[in-house]
Design a protein around this ligand. Structure first.
Ligand code: GTP
Ligand code: SPV
Ligand code: MN
Length: 601
């Protein structure tokens, strides 16, 4: 690759955030020599650059301009219909040995996978521009903050990374000139968007990610699932911190007492909604604020866990988002937002199933086909997404930029379970809480390609995101507990339990404040609870249900446990642990025995 310096592209003065770190320059030239792009564009994240790339994207139909009165500075992107979600079967953790990747990851020997990927990348960017995106994950003054570089041939990726990360000069500054500084290498190429040539590969020992053949979300915004979770969890274990698939929220009482909680729910199971919760009228004076909606990085200080949100924006599920379910999200996505795979109305507005108001009489669906309310197909893809800066969120927490992070009072696990799992319960102690996380399960959703609605074990909501052996990951949780003198209390929630008519038993969304309040009461030592074999359960009068229109029978049903269902559940825990082939720490196997014994008491 020579260094063509075209006069027009990029225009002078933009796209020139060239790093001074020689190691980065050498790597970029190596990838450019392999992929043979027409140009190299060093993204600086500036407003001018963004305008230029949007104009280019509109010209090339990568973006569709929306009605600027209705959704100012917002655009629609339609992905290839074969490329609408994460692809777990094409996701690899390439550690030197299979054992290091563990029983839950697809594994490939690193040198073989590198060879295969280099083959696919050879000449892949001919006639295209190679963008280099310098980015930073975490507040600028945090000890947890990481620097990454993503090379991509997709403008959509650049535009999204500008929203999702702290991009440009700020990352170059943080990295500095030290040739030995830690930074993540990410290479992404669309290739020809062919599912046969789609691989999302992680090389934890090299702090490297290579993703090819997709243009969609979690597969290509390498900062997110790839760096912040898969590589992040690997680094976290070796460096003594935690990288988790967790939202972080603040909750402040009318008296001004504030707690922070972190919650791990699997993909499309309610993190963004919970992180932006607006308390119902009955909870006058209570305030919930968002630190993060998807990823939490946590470190130990003074015997407590402190969390930062490494991201700078939200890549959230669109369908179901409305002023009724999530007003803060609606306000966040009212401007400066990229929509992916939603429907386009005749007046160039966006529409999706579950949006407020009536359906439009005609729209263009996410595939670009005509749509009417009579159509069988969905107007918006079930995994359609918004990308919006966290600054748009009216409920953004004031400490979101605090480098030390926010102190975590409670950790909540939760999944989508039609049966068995009660609305909320509390673990007896840290190790029991780790067991709750390790055995949690959820019905699969549209966030990943494959069957929807099937119950699968998803430990700590990290099944698709743990970048090393899950047994060692469990052990890491247990080890962290030993280092905490004031550990967060651990809870499990289930907003999704259903009744005989398949209806949700719990209203969810803002009403989840009632559960959050009990959790805070427990943290403050004031909330009542009953001891049960699975943990501390609130009785109906321990929860504040005032002004909630809910049947008393319903309340008893969602708060209760059925011993027959739990016998099955415990058998499933055993099957799951056994399926991991001996990597589960003994403490967790013992925890299972103890739950079983408590049922016999
Ligand atoms: P990812 O971005 O994939 O990690 O998802 P997430 O965990 O942030 O999930 P999100 O908050 O976007 O919610 C996913 C879906 O669950 C949406 O369709 C929501 O409307 C729905 N949902 C969220 N909270 C609740 C709730 O409390 N009750 C019910 N019934 N549905 C909910
Ligand atoms: C998830 O699937 O958990 C997401 C969406 O947050 S994606 O970024 O596509 O992974
Ligand atoms: Mn997620």
């Amino acid at each position: 690759m020579t260094n063509p310096a075209p006069a027009i592209f990029p225009p002078s003065g933009i796209g020139d955030a060239t790093p001074t770190n020689q190691a980065v320059l050498d790597w970029v030239h190596d990838i450019a020599a392999l992929t043979e792009p027409e140009n190299i564009f060093w993204c600086d994240g500036s407003e001018r650059e963004n305008e230029f790339l949007i104009a280019e994207s509109l010209n090339q139909n990568v973006l569709i301009k929306l009605n600027q009165q209705k959704v100012p500075r917002s655009y629609l992107h339609r992905s290839n219909p074969n490329d609408v979600a994460r692809v777990e079967q094409c996701t690899f953790v390439c550690t030197p040995t299979k054992e290091e990747a563990g029983p839950t990851n697809n594994w490939s020997e690193p040198s073989e996978m590198y060879a295969k990927l280099r083959g696919l990348l050879k000449g892949a960017m001919r006639g295209r521009t190679l963008f280099v995106i310098p980015y930073m994950m975490g507040p600028s003054d945090s000890p947890l903050t990481k620097v990454g570089f993503e090379i991509t041939d997709s403008k959509y990726v650049v535009l999204n990374m500008r929203i999702m990360t702290r991009m440009g000069e700020i990352a170059l500054k943080r990295l500095g000139n030290d040739p030995n500084a830690e930074w993540n290498r990410g290479v992404h190429s669309l290739l020809d968007i062919n599912p046969e040539r789609r691989f999302i590969c992680h090389f934890p020992q090299d702090n490297t990610i290579i993703s090819v053949g997709s243009g969609y979300g979690g597969n290509v915004l390498l900062s997110k699932k790839c760096l912040a979770l898969r590589i992040g969890s690997y680094l976290a274990r070796t460096q003594g911190w935690m990288a988790e698939h967790m939202l972080i929220l603040g909750v402040e009482s009318p008296e001004g007492r504030k707690h922070y909680v972190a919650a791990a729910f699997p993909s499309a199971c309610g993190k963004t909604n919970f992180a932006m919760l607006i308390p119902p009228a009955h909870f006058k004076g209570w305030k919930v604020t968002t630190v993060g909606d998807d990823i939490g990085w946590m470190q130990i200080r003074d015997g407590r866990l402190y969390a930062v949100n490494p991201e700078n924006g939200y890549f959230g599920v669109v369908p179901g988002t409305s002023y009724k379910s999530n007003p803060n999200a609606m306000k966040s996505i009212a401007h400066d937002t990229i929509y992916t795979n939603v429907a386009l109305t005749d007046d160039d507005d966006v529409w999706w199933e579950g949006k407020d108001g009536p359906a439009p009489s005609h729209a263009v669906d996410w595939r670009g086909n005509d749509w009417t309310p009579e159509s069988k197909a969905k107007a918006a893809h079930p995994n359609s997404r918004f990308t919006t800066p966290m600054r748009n969120n009216p409920a953004l927490d004031s400490d979101v930029e605090k480098g030390d992070g926010v102190p975590i009072s409670a950790i909540i696990f939760g999944g989508r379970r039609s049966d068995t799992v009660p609305l909320v319960y509390q673990a007896f102690d840290w190790n029991h809480g780790v067991y709750l996380g390790a055995t949690m399960a959820s019905e699969t959703t549209a966030a990943a390609a494959g069957t929807v609605g099937k119950v699968r074990r998803d430990p700590m909501a990290m099944l698709p995101f743990c970048g090393y052996n899950i047994g060692q990951y469990f052990q890491h949780w247990l080890d962290i507990g030993k280092r905490l003198s004031s550990p967060p209390l651990i809870f499990n929630v289930n907003w999704f339990r259903k009744g005989v008519k398949s209806q949700f038993l719990w209203p969810g969304f803002g009403e989840n404040m009632r559960v959050l309040k009990w959790i805070i009461d427990r943290c403050e030592g004031t909330g009542g609870a009953l001891k049960s074999p699975i943990g501390w359960l609130p009785s109906p009068h321990d929860l504040d249900l005032a002004e909630l229109d809910i049947d008393h029978k319903c309340v008893a049903e969602i708060l209760g446990i059925d011993h027959e269902e739990w016998a099955k559940e415990l058998a499933e825990h055993k099957i799951f642990f056994d399926s991991l082939g001996g990597v589960v720490p003994k403490q967790l196997l013992d925890q299972r025995e103890r739950v079983a014994a408590r049922f016999k008491e």
